[in-house]
Design a protein around this ligand. Structure first.
Ligand code: PLP
Length: 423
């Protein structure tokens, strides 16, 4: 992929034009940030009513005084709202505090320290623990596994989920204890794991008896089009395949209500939920039930969540459309880039000419546009082809986004031309 059918002279001309354009853009003294997938202030404003809730009536439906200690499982009225989204019976759903990432962390650490319900010994007593990491993936998953010395094995993502044939081979190794997966509108690719791929993963024969799928459904209801993609029923599929304890599902309202003050959820088998609560009970006396109650009152029911997400979509969809349209305008036809057109989630994943992603990021930074470092979506930040760039369109205004993507596209062309002329 690079300037097919173009002569050296044509590439030189293009490079000069793009460098001149970048100088023009730089002249505006830019300071733009496309690094993280954060909701914009306009999106956060949709949930301002939360700040006046729960008001004087601080009692939950069952009479619980939410101001006090206790209730490790979380408020039932909130779990009821999210159970259909997690595709789990309400009894198998735990509601927690403001970060599903913390729940993932705890599950990993509890498994390392104590072992899971079906572990022969704590994972930490194994010589080596390995996790399968579909790539490109979520950088914080990889940072977390890296921090606890877990070996990461990258596996390619296809249009319908991870490469199952590769996963099937890898799980023959008893040291492979788990895998990360963002099943719906994956970060950063937007890939949705199909019901068929989920069924294959559920049915896999694994050498480790305690193999876990960390099913991080952070974008379960975050659709960018009217056709609201449903997540695969991993709990049902695993139970039907005789592996009920394999999946641990996570979700949160970080990109539904307030990113820093939302609520998070875990759903799994009855045995895994009991195991999680047993260890969680040593760590906390209970979650922030006042926050849970105000979320339950604000969202009202599952339909209320979907209605709120439709309002997020009205803000987000035009930004994604804008990114894709600028990329198509500026890069289409040159053969120097491919990008995703996600139907949900928070990112556009851009692949540039092999070997040039870090140069592109360096050029954008010099022009005043901060991007996620090249390779961030790979274990240890190492993209073997040095080609993947994650674009996070949610936070900037549309005016800023227009300039930032213009800068990015210009830098993609410059880096590709530089490389092509150097060879
Ligand atoms: N999981 C994925 C895939 C994400 O992209 C993010 C945030 O970007 C998170 C989890 C963080 O979730 P939380 O805010 O609930 O910790």
């Amino acid at each position: 992929m690079s300037f097919e059918n173009q002569t050296r002279d044509q590439i030189q001309t293009l490079l000069a034009e793009q460098r001149a354009h970048l100088e023009d853009l730089k002249g505006r003294g830019l300071s733009l940030d496309l690094t993280r997938g954060k909701p914009s202030a306009e999106q956060l404003d949709l949930s301002m009513a939360l700040l006046d809730l729960p008001g004087e009536d601080y009692r939950a439906a069952d009479g619980t005084d939410t101001r006090n200690y206790g209730g490790l499982l979380g408020l039932k009225e909130l779990r009821e709202i999210f159970a259909p989204i997690l595709r789990a019976p309400v009894e198998q759903v735990v509601a927690g505090d403001n970060a599903s990432l913390a729940m993932m962390h705890d599950n990993l650490v509890f498994a390392l320290l104590h072992g899971t319900v079906d572990s022969p010994r704590p994972w930490g007593e194994e010589e080596t623990v390995k996790f399968i990491c579909p790539v490109p993936g979520y950088d914080r998953h990889f940072a977390l596994t890296e921090a606890y010395g877990i070996e990461m094995i990258p596996v390619d993502l296809h249009d319908d989920g991870p490469d199952v044939a590769a996963v099937r081979e890898l799980v023959k190794d008893p040291q492979v204890k788990g895998m990360w997966l963002v099943p719906t509108h994956g970060n950063p690719t937007g890939v949705v794991v199909s019901e068929a791929v989920a069924a294959d993963l559920a049915a896999l024969e694994t050498a480790a008896p305690d193999f876990r799928i960390f099913w991080d459904n952070a974008y379960a209801v975050h659709h960018l089009d009217q056709e609201e993609t449903k997540s695969a029923d991993i709990l049902g599929l695993c139970a039907a395949s005789g592996h009920p304890d394999r999946p641990i599902c996570f979700a949160s309202t970080s990109k539904i209500t307030f990113a820093g003050s939302g609520v998070c959820f875990l759903a799994s088998s009855p045995a895994n939920v009991a195991w999680y609560l047993k260890h969680l009970g040593k760590r906390t006396i209970g979650p922030d039930k006042v926050n849970q109650l105000r979320h339950a009152r604000f969202l009202r029911d599952t339909e209320g969540v979907h209605q709120l997400m439709a309002r997020h979509r009205e803000i987000l969809a035009p930004k994604f459309a804008q990114v894709i349209s600028i990329l198509a305008d500026r890069l289409g036809g040159h053969g120097v880039a491919q990008w995703t057109e996600p139907r949900g989630g928070y990112f556009v994943s851009l692949d540039v000419v092999d070997g040039t992603a870090s140069r592109v990021i360096e050029l954008t930074r010099d022009a005043g546009v901060a991007m996620t470092p090249a390779g961030a979506a790979f274990p240890h930040g190492n993209d073997p082809r040095n080609r993947n760039i994650r674009i996070a369109p949610s936070y900037p205004t549309r005016a800023d986004l227009e300039i930032a993507i213009d800068v990015l596209a210009t830098c993609v062309l410059i880096a590709a031309a530089e490389q092509s002329l150097a060879s």
